[in-house]
Design a binder for this molecule. Structure first.
Ligand code: NIG
Ligand code: FE
Length: 416
């Protein structure tokens, strides 16, 4: 199948070669071509350029895009999209004055989600997770990472990861599949049955869960929620070492509520990314400066919990490679809409629309080790595209916060 998109008003994030994660002033520009064409063959970008150099590609389908701007699909590098039930009652508790931490201390939070997930069978979990995946695809997410971490026992963690594997294999319109990366996050909370034996739970993760997950090839990354009342920096280190033995690179939840030294430990361990970063000391910032570890901010989580936003501007000024993700989950971020993340990044973190788009596309791809597959318009990359009709500029996307201005999503060369 071949498709030719002609007269595109502006084609954004065009790159001739693979680029490392952008940092510093490289974040300020999104390379683009006005009045462009884009040629797609078998789900891959085969050619693009200015209409002035329009080649004669024999396309089966030709689409005039004279009123559209086109972006690469958004990459969501941090989600907990597989869960059993929403948590509106905790939402009301927070409105009435309880904090996220107080709710967790009463047995709500992650443990609440774990007990609901343990009770749900795999097929039902798959069905309701697929609905969410279809929803985020409509709002522009074409590549996604999904974590386990609401099972917290061997059978339930495996159940979650198998659901993620089924989502990976799910065929959308035309047989197109989403690129999905799975992250093993059994170290999300200490389950009730191990309340007085945290080492016992960590041993269970290392000795029972990791070997099974590896054997069934269920995960790409390992994650730990390093935070007071969850996992310590030393425990995180131990879990990272164990994960690496099975080929799982670390992507970590750090500095959401407290700075505990986790950033330094993560950078030293060569973490692919450190995520959250709402609470950052100068030392944390210094550790990330010029390091290959990507700093991922989750502004929808700050918005929903009413907390500080990660200091994105300061990180960019300090040569930190930054990305943005949704953190879609039932407790702290019940939204996977990256258009809203785009708006929050501009409005609350003072990122320019170009910086925010770089953080949602090419840098987010690097946060999943997919920098040579997705995240930009480049020959050979997947034809995962977003078409915005009747908008004038990139800035119109975050400007119209709360809306979905996307007219069409193309996944692997197929319009959804
Ligand atoms: O990234 N902070 C840890 N994990 C999730 C929230 C999990 C939950 O509340 O269910 C997060 O915000
Ligand atoms: Fe998270």
């Amino acid at each position: 199948m071949s498709t030719l998109l002609t007269n595109i008003k502006e084609l954004f994030q065009v790159r001739l070669n693979d680029t490392p994660a952008l940092r510093g002033t490289a974040m300020d520009e999104v390379p683009s071509i006005k009045n462009a064409f884009l040629y797609i063959e078998e789900g891959r970008i085969a050619d693009f350029g200015s209409m002035d150099d329009f080649p004669k590609h024999p396309a089966e389908e030709v689409i005039d895009c004279s009123n559209s701007i086109i972006l690469p699909g958004y990459v969501d590098s941090h989600t907990h999209l597989v869960f059993a039930a929403t948590r509106e009652s905790e939402f009301e508790d927070r409105i009435n004055g309880l904090s996220y931490e107080e709710i967790a201390a009463r047995g709500g939070g992650i443990l609440n989600s774990a007990s609901r997930l343990r009770d749900m069978d795999e097929d039902e979990l798959f069905k309701n997770s697929l609905k969410r995946l279809e929803t985020v695809l409509k709002t522009g997410t074409t590549t996604i990472e999904i974590k386990s971490g609401y099972g917290l026992d061997v059978a339930s963690e495996l159940k979650m990861l198998r659901v993620i594997k089924r989502l990976k294999n799910h065929e959308f319109v035309g047989g197109a599949k989403m690129i999905i990366k799975a992250t093993f996050l059994a170290a999300h909370a200490i389950p009730t049955e191990f309340k007085n034996d945290r080492n016992g739970y960590i041993d269970l993760i290392i000795n029972e869960m990791l070997p099974r997950i590896s054997k069934e090839e269920l995960a790409d990354f390992i994650d730990v929620f390093c935070e007071k009342n969850y996992f310590t920096v030393d425990e995180m280190r131990r879990l990272i070492v164990a994960g690496k033995k099975y080929g799982l690179q670390p992507k970590l939840h750090v500095n959401q509520f407290n700075s505990l030294g986790a950033v330094q430990a993560a950078v030293r361990a060569g973490a692919v990314s450190v995520d959250h970063l709402e609470v950052m000391t100068d030392e944390d910032l210094g550790n990330l400066k010029s390091s290959p570890t990507i700093a991922t901010a989750l502004p929808s989580c700050s918005f929903f919990l009413g907390l500080d936003y990660a200091p994105m501007k300061k990180m960019m000024e300090n040569d930190v490679a930054v990305s943005l993700a949704s953190d879609y989950n039932p407790g702290s971020t019940p939204s996977g809409n990256l258009n809203f993340v785009f708006a929050l990044a501009c409005i609350k973190m003072r990122m320019t629309p170009s910086q925010a788009l770089n953080a949602l596309s090419i840098n987010a791809a690097h946060a999943l080790k997919l920098g040579s597959k997705v995240g930009s318009i480049q020959v050979g990359k997947r034809a995962d595209l977003l078409l915005f009709e009747d908008i004038e500029s990139l800035a119109a996307i975050p400007y119209h916060f709360g809306e979905n201005k996307i007219s069409k999503v193309m996944l692997d060369g197929h319009f959804m």
